[in-house]
Ligand binder design. Structure first.
Ligand SMILES: [Zn+2]
Length: 510
């Protein structure tokens, strides 16, 4: 018997506004001592009145727009009532039946899809709404006590609910990664799952299907909501685990009768039973009397338009010539993507300024785009990326400005630097912030392009290695590489290898 999973996600994204949702307290409370970023409003003192932070609303609308949602003319806040130590008011201000966005969708390429699976997915977004975050309970390791830090109470969140359109755990993971990239691109959240800025609950049920994959019965079976998922990897693992667990239950005739809630235990690699899911009736929702309904019609035009990751990736591939996998890495981090974009623009200027330039900046780049883009992404992602992680440098405090990096690429591309010398120059650029030509001069690292300067070295190397020269003359052409290696070593990697090889061949009379 074949079963296929039906997966939907509920995602919370922390908005990086300056202040909290309904008061002036700092929204950076996670970096401050416990219970210092608080006031009577966010700790729910009687008689206080919430005032909506317009920035939070605009961020929410940005997200709704980026997820292709319809933005209604009006939205309203409601009270969601429940009792828990992390909820000082005894209710959470959320949105029930009038959210800020409905009927959206997100389309993405399913990287790593198996042959039998779709390679593009379109997931419907049911709704996007705003709500305030709860405080944080901190449990003593020995279970003796629980402390509450209210710094997070009242921080703005958006909740995004998908339709159950996801078909595989891999799709769920990629959906979340795409969502993270979008939230970063529209500058509303850093959406880091490990830091709790992007949190996800996954709903999953399975249903029987025929061998060809067609569904036998369209009714959805009771679902399990999996909580405590805090990394992209655990989304995938938790869903795989649930698919296996539910399949076993159905095969043994022990079908699920009710919706259930289970928590993901990352260390054990399993889900564990939690309280039964409450229906919305249990929350006794009612309209928030202290905040008037929101007029969104007048705000829609204030929402700025951002280039979304999918469009930017396409542009990086088509306009700049980056390999698709490299474009993906760059666009996932918008600081890196902005940097790469500036490097390309500066690089065009450098190329156009070369004496051998034969056209406008754009024409020259277009003509050599594939090779130039590979040079940029290779040096940017693997070489500079490697050096940055080795020296604990982030994009934010990188001393190499795009203009200097573009000059560096021009030197590498024009064979003015051997790859060994280029690594030295790049390391100095990273640590000292100087421009590459200055470093080359200081360290005497320029490539030796001059045959007159190379002649004595080539002659000396030949004189010191008569056996190798003899082997080459005997027809062992591989030995030429050995000789060339010695020339490169003697010049500390500065000889132009093509030139040195040509000179060796000529002198040995090949
Ligand atoms: Zn406050």
């Amino acid at each position: 018997m074949l079963y296929i999973p039906v997966i939907g996600l509920e995602i919370h994204v922390q908005l990086k506004t300056k202040s909290k949702m309904f008061c002036g307290c700092s929204n950076q409370g996670e970096y401050e001592p416990p219970n210092t970023a608080i006031c009577p409003i966010c700790t729910g003192h009687p008689g206080t009145l919430p005032v909506l932070n317009k920035e939070a609303l605009l961020f929410g609308l940005r997200a709704a727009k980026a997820l292709n949602c319809k933005i209604p003319n009006q939205a309203k806040f409601d009270r969601k009532n429940y009792f828990y130590p992390d909820l000082p008011k005894g209710y959470q201000i959320s949105m029930y039946d009038m959210p800020i966005g409905t009927e959206g969708f997100l389309e993405f390429e399913v990287i790593g899809a198996k042959k039998s699976e779709r390679d593009r997915a379109r997931i419907e977004i049911e709704r996007v709404h705003l709500e305030e975050d709860a405080a944080k309970n901190l449990h003593a390791p020995d279970g003796s006590s629980t402390l509450v830090d209210f710094n997070r109470a009242g921080s703005p969140l958006i909740e995004i609910v998908t339709k159950p359109d996801l078909r595989t755990p891999n799709e769920a993971k990629i959906f979340l990664q795409e969502l993270r990239a979008i939230m970063r691109a529209i500058r509303v959240s850093d959406a880091d799952m490990e830091k709790g800025q992007l949190r996800c609950d996954a709903n999953i049920s399975i249903r029987r299907c025929n061998d060809d994959g067609s569904v036998i019965d369209l009714t959805l079976n009771p679902k399990v909501e999996v909580k405590n998922i805090n990394s992209f990897k655990s989304v995938e693992r938790a869903l795989l685990y649930e698919i296996q667990r539910q399949t076993k239950l159905y095969e043994s005739g022990d079908v699920l009768k009710y919706d259930a809630t289970r928590g993901w235990n990352d260390a054990r690699g399993s889900t564990e039973e939690q309280r039964t899911k409450e229906g919305s009736a249990d929350y006794r929702y009612f309209p928030e009397p202290d905040i008037p309904p929101l007029d969104l019609a007048s705000l829609r035009d204030e929402v700025p338009v951002f280039e979304l990751p999918a469009a930017r990736r396409l542009r990086f591939v088509e306009e700049f010539g980056f390999p698709p996998a490299d474009a993906r890495i760059m666009v996932d981090d918008h600081d890196l993507a902005d940097y790469a974009e500036e490097v390309v623009s500066e690089l065009k200027e450098w190329l156009a300024a070369l004496p051998e330039a034969d056209g406008t900046a754009d024409e020259i780049y277009e003509k050599h785009k594939a090779k130039l883009a590979r040079t940029v992404s290779g040096w940017l992602l693997s070489k500079l990326g490697g050096l940055m992680s080795e020296h604990h440098v982030s994009m934010k405090n990188l001393k190499i400005d795009p203009e200097n990096f573009a000059e560096f690429i021009t030197l590498v591309y024009g064979n003015k630097l051997s790859s060994a010398a280029a690594m030295t120059v790049l390391t100095d650029m990273l640590l000292l912030g100087k421009d590459p030509s200055q470093i080359m001069e200081d360290r005497n690292l320029g490539q030796v392009e001059d045959a007159d300067a190379l002649t004595p070295v080539v002659e000396r190397v030949m004189a010191h290695n008569p056996n190798i020269v003899a082997e080459i003359k005997d027809g062992k052409l591989q030995a030429l590489k050995v000789l060339l290696g010695i020339v490169m070593k003697e010049t500390e990697g500065r000889a132009n290898p093509q030139l040195a090889e040509k000179m060796l061949k000529k002198k040995i009379a090949l």
